[in-house]
Ligand binder design. Structure first.
Ligand code: ATP
Length: 367
C-alpha cells in the first residue's frame, strides 16, 4: 500500500470574523481530505493577532512564527481590531509581518464572479470576468513600513523601493502563472500595472518586466498606468488575464477587483513565497458584523480550495489538486440557483447556512 503523506497546516484564526469563517473552512477541508489514500492534513491552531497582543503583549509570538515556518501551508483568518493598537497608534497587522519575514512576495488574487450572485456591473459580459491580480508584497511603497522619516511639523517621508531581485521573481511568477492558465484555455497575457510615466522606480520596474518578458515569447504583454487601470478594470475587466503590480497599487486595486464580483466576502487570496505560503480571504476582521453570524465564509473557503490546489501541485499529489477543484465547484453549485444570498449581497444567509450548503454540494459531488 502507498505511504500516506501527512501535511502540516498552521491555522491562525486571528480576530473578528476570522474566528467565525476559519473554523467552517477547516471543517470543510477535513471533510474533503477524509479517507484520501495519498495524503492527510494535520491542522495546528496557533495564537496571533490583536486579541493575542491584548492578552499576552505579543501579536505574533515566536512559537507561532516558528511552527508556521515549519508548516506546509498557513491558513489565516483575519487580524486586527480597531480598539487594540500598538503604543504608536498603529493597528496590529501581523499578517503583513508574516509576509515580510517569510518572504511571501506574490499576493495572488483570483477574480471570478460566482454564478447566481449579483454583481455591480450591468454588462452581460461580467460572466466572462476571470483574471488574477498579482500584488508584490515585500517591497514597493511598503518597503520601509514602520520607518517613516518624520521631520515634524513640516514633513513625513516614506520610501518606494524596487529591487531587481524582487521584481524578477515577481514577474517570473506572473509569467509562469500565465503559461499555466494558457494551457488551461486562457488567453496567455500579462498586464503590467505601473506609473512609469512619473516615477523612476516604476520605469525601472517596467524595464525589468520587459527583460523577463523576453523569456516568455508565447505570452502577450501589456503595460498600463495604474490610474488608467482603475478605469479599465471597471469598463472592461473581462479583457484581462494575469495582472501584476507594485505593492501599494496592488493593495488598492485588489479591493476594486473584489467589488467587481460583489464584495470582499467572495474574494480569496494566497501569499506565496519560495518556501511558505499563506491562504487567507482578501477581507479584514469586519468588526461591524463580528459576532452576528452574518459573515460570508466564501472567500475563506475559496482560499482553502486554493491551498489544496497549491499543495497538490507542490507535492505532486493529484488527489489534493482534485479536491481543491471540487471545493471550487461545490461553492459554484451552492450559489448557482440564486437562492443562497449572503447578507453582504442583501440576502438573509449567514456563515453557517453558506457552509452547510457548500458541504451538501461537496457530498453530492463526491457521491
Ligand atoms: P482591513 O483594513 O483589515 O482590510 P477593513 O476594515 O478595511 O479591514 P474589512 O474588515 O474587510 O475591511 O471590512 C470592510 C467591509 O466589508 C465591512 O463593512 C465588512 O462588514 C464587510 N465585509 C468584509 N468581509 C466580509 C465578509 N466575509 N462577509 C460579509 N461582509 C464582509
Amino acid at each position: 500500500m502507498q505511504n500516506k503523506k501527512e501535511l502540516k497546516i498552521a491555522v491562525m484564526l486571528g480576530d473578528g470574523i476570522g474566528l467565525e469563517v476559519t473554523p467552517v473552512c477547516v471543517e470543510l477541508l477535513q471533510k474533503i481530505v477524509q479517507g484520501m489514500d495519498s495524503v492527510s492534513l494535520a491542522f495546528e491552531e496557533l495564537p496571533s493577532g490583536a486579541a493575542c497582543y491584548r492578552d499576552t503583549g505579543e501579536s505574533l509570538p515566536a512559537h507561532t512564527l516558528e511552527r508556521a515556518r515549519k508548516s506546509d501551508a498557513i491558513l489565516l483568518g483575519a487580524m486586527g481590531l480597531p480598539d487594540v493598537r500598538y503604543p504608536d497608534g498603529t493597528e496590529i497587522v501581523p499578517q503583513i509581518e508574516i509576509r515580510e519575514i517569510l518572504g511571501l512576495f506574490a499576493g495572488v488574487r483570483p477574480i471570478r464572479p460566482l454564478p447566481g450572485l449579483p454583481v455591480p456591473l450591468a454588462s452581460p459580459r461580467t460572466a466572462e470576468i476571470d483574471f488574477v491580480l498579482i500584488r508584490e508584497q515585500t517591497e514597493g511603497l511598503f518597503a520601509e513600513r514602520g520607518k517613516t522619516l518624520f521631520e515634524r511639523p513640516e514633513r513625513a517621508t516614506d520610501v518606494l523601493r524596487i529591487t531587481r531581485e524582487g521584481s524578477e521573481r515577481l514577474f517570473r511568477f506572473s509569467f509562469d502563472l500565465a503559461c499555466e492558465r494558457k494551457a488551461a484555455g486562457f488567453p496567455g497575457k500579462v498586464t503590467l500595472i505601473d506609473k512609469a510615466n512619473v516615477l523612476g522606480t516604476m520605469a525601472f520596474f517596467r524595464e525589468i518586466f520587459d527583460e523577463v518578458a523576453e523569456d516568455y515569447p508565447g505570452i502577450v504583454t501589456e503595460r498600463c498606468y495604474v490610474d488608467a487601470m482603475a478605469m479599465n478594470m471597471v469598463k472592461r475587466p473581462w479583457d484581462y488575464d494575469v495582472m501584476v503590480s507594485e505593492n501599494m497599487f496592488g493593495d488598492i486595486l485588489s479591493d476594486l477587483a473584489a467589488a467587481l464580483v460583489g464584495g470582499l466576502g467572495v474574494a480569496p487570496s494566497a501569499d506565496i513565497g519560495a518556501d511558505n505560503a499563506v491562504f487567507q480571504p482578501c477581507h479584514g476582521t469586519a468588526p461591524d458584523i463580528m459576532g452576528t453570524g452574518k459573515a460570508n465564509p466564501t472567500a475563506m473557503i475559496l482560499s482553502g480550495a486554493m491551498m489544496l490546489e497549491w499543495l497538490g501541485n507542490r507535492h505532486r499529489l493529484p488527489e489534493l489538486s482534485t479536491a481543491g477543484r471540487q471545493l471550487h465547484q461545490a461553492v459554484d453549485r451552492a450559489f448557482a440557483d440564486g437562492a443562497l444570498l449572503p447578507f453582504e449581497f442583501g440576502g438573509q444567509c449567514g456563515t453557517q447556512a453558506i457552509a452547510d450548503r457548500v458541504a451538501q454540494e461537496l457530498d453530492a459531488l463526491r457521491s
